[in-house]
Design a protein around this ligand. Structure first.
Ligand code: BES
Ligand code: MN
Ligand code: MN
Length: 452
């Protein structure tokens, strides 16, 4: 029995996951390049140990991609599992209650950077695979593709996918890198937002100036940047970039009703975040604002003096990182262009503005009428005793639309995290319960999918 296997090996599963979590595989930080590789090598070995064949580390110009497969029969369906072993930077470090790369279990949760996003969720697949091979219950072909650059835009995965279409041939992509509504309301993600990530720099005078000698007569780049940013939303919370909403797919009233029927408690939501009110585009609910509406947010802003005490300076430069979340049928490239043109046009003559684009990605909607979705739904019914609710998540996994475009494959987003798991934040965690029930649900998915 799968359940018995998971139970009797649970401690080892957790010990192994802890070993993976101890590796600080921060893809954004070049000082961690060797650590990122070490995480790849760790997974390479664990895939082998679990019984995978053709396990390889594919080198890229960035971080390596781990591949492995088990082909049991050419007539069996093939599931391609995708995940990422890289993690977000852990800072601000002082807000962690335990060090980010020293995993510990507190109140049933594993605390560590990457515990949920995505090492914990990737590892469920490897352990589900191990259980199926050991118990002779593998009824699907299975392929693993685990990358180390998801958190920095998957720059080299696209090339790998394009160059390895035959190797990656499959019937469906399976990803656990999203969240559930709650442990009592299982859900499957059927929509992800896209992304356009920008950086802007406003330059004023050719050097930092005394703010008394020059203040009031020379444009202050921080003041100007703030003014420019402030105009990017109108009083109704809508983004003011011309053309921004032109392609946005509007949902029918019936579909909006369905989306809003998902369990959601605004009071709990506010309480969890210690906020007195929510804020967003007028005319839409919170679930709609994160699920089906595009947004613009400043992710970071800097310039001038931020050290101890006071320094009266009129700085020469100010910068900000600004990202936009996109929905079907917006195009990341087009929105990047619209932003660039508009932001440039906002600048007064007294400053110069430079706009650069970082990574982007397209939104995705996955089908609910496919055999794979049905198999995932049946898996939840088996293990959780409840059918999962389809949800639209606000985060982005740009690779999902690339899989569709390059491999012609649909994805099932069977994630087991919770929104409260603090991914990308201090004290990221993942429920031991989620980890174990996830393994069981993944096994059930494979069982149902091979029958489908
Ligand atoms: N796993 C997340 C995306 C996610 C989280 C989707 C929660 C749905 C629910 C992923 O690792 C991530 O963080 N993606 C980035 C985009 C990427 C291009 C850096 C994001 O959404 O900011
Ligand atoms: Mn992730
Ligand atoms: Mn992430």
């Amino acid at each position: 029995m799968i359940k018995d296997y998971i139970q009797s090996h649970q401690q080892r599963f957790l010990d192994e996951l802890f070993a993976l979590l101890r590796i600080p595989s921060v893809s954004a930080d070049s000082r961690h390049k060797a650590d990122v590789r070490q995480a790849a090598e760790f997974l390479f070995q664990k895939l082998k140990d679990a019984g995978a064949d053709a396990v390889s580390l594919h080198e890229t110009n960035g971080h390596p991609i781990v591949y492995g497969e088990k082909i049991i029969s050419s007539s069996a369906p093939t599931v391609l599992v995708y995940g990422h072993y890289d993690v977000q930077p852990p800072d601000p470090l002082d807000l962690w209650t335990s060090p980010p790369f020293e995993p510990v279990i507190k109140d049933g949760n594993i605390f560590a950077r990457g515990a949920c996003d995505d090492k914990g969720q990737v590892y469920m697949h490897i352990k589900a695979f191990e259980a199926m091979t050991r118990l002779n219950q593998l009824t699907c072909n299975i392929k693993f593709m685990i990358e180390g650059e998801e958190e920095v835009g998957s720059d080299h995965l696209g090339i790998f996918v394009k160059e390895n279409k035959e190797k990656l041939k499959a019937d469906v992509i399976l990803i656990s890198d999203t969240s559930l509504i709650s442990l009592s309301h299982p859900s499957i993600t059927v929509g992800l937002r896209g992304l356009s990530y920008m950086e802007v720099e406003v330059t004023g005078p050719n050097r930092d100036l005394h703010s008394g000698v020059y203040g009031g007569a020379v444009a202050n780049p921080i003041n100007v940047l703030c003014e420019m940013i402030a105009t990017l939303h109108d009083a109704n919370g809508r983004v003011t970039i011309p053309g921004f909403y032109d392609r946005v797919a509007e949902l029918t009233d019936a579909d909006r009703k369905k989306l809003n029927a998902a369990p959601f408690d605004l009071a709990d939501y506010k309480k969890d975040l210690s906020i007195d009110d929510v804020r967003g585009e007028q005319g839409y609910t919170t679930l709609e604002r994160t699920g089906i509406r595009p947004t613009l947010d400043v992710n970071g802003i800097w310039g001038g003096y931020t050290g101890e005490g006071a320094k009266t300076v009129l700085p020469a430069k100010a910068s900000a990182k600004i990202s936009m979340r996109l929905v079907p049928n917006q195009s990341s490239q087009e929105i990047t262009q619209l932003f660039t043109t508009h932001f440039q046009s906002l600048a007064p003559k007294s400053v110069k503005v430079k706009v650069t684009a970082h990574h982007g990605g397209e939104p995705a909607v996955t089908p609910t009428d496919s055999k794979a979705f049905q198999a995932a739904s049946d898996a939840f019914v088996d293990v959780w005793g409840k059918a999962p609710i389809p949800t639209r998540d606000g985060g982005s996994i740009p690779i999902v639309s690339l899989f569709k475009k390059e491999l012609g494959l649909d994805t099932v987003l069977m994630g087991f995290g919770l929104d409260s798991d603090a991914i990308h934040s201090p004290n990221e965690h993942y429920g031991v319960k989620n980890f174990l029930i996830g393994i069981e649900t993944i096994v059930a998915f494979h069982r149902h999918f091979s029958k489908a």
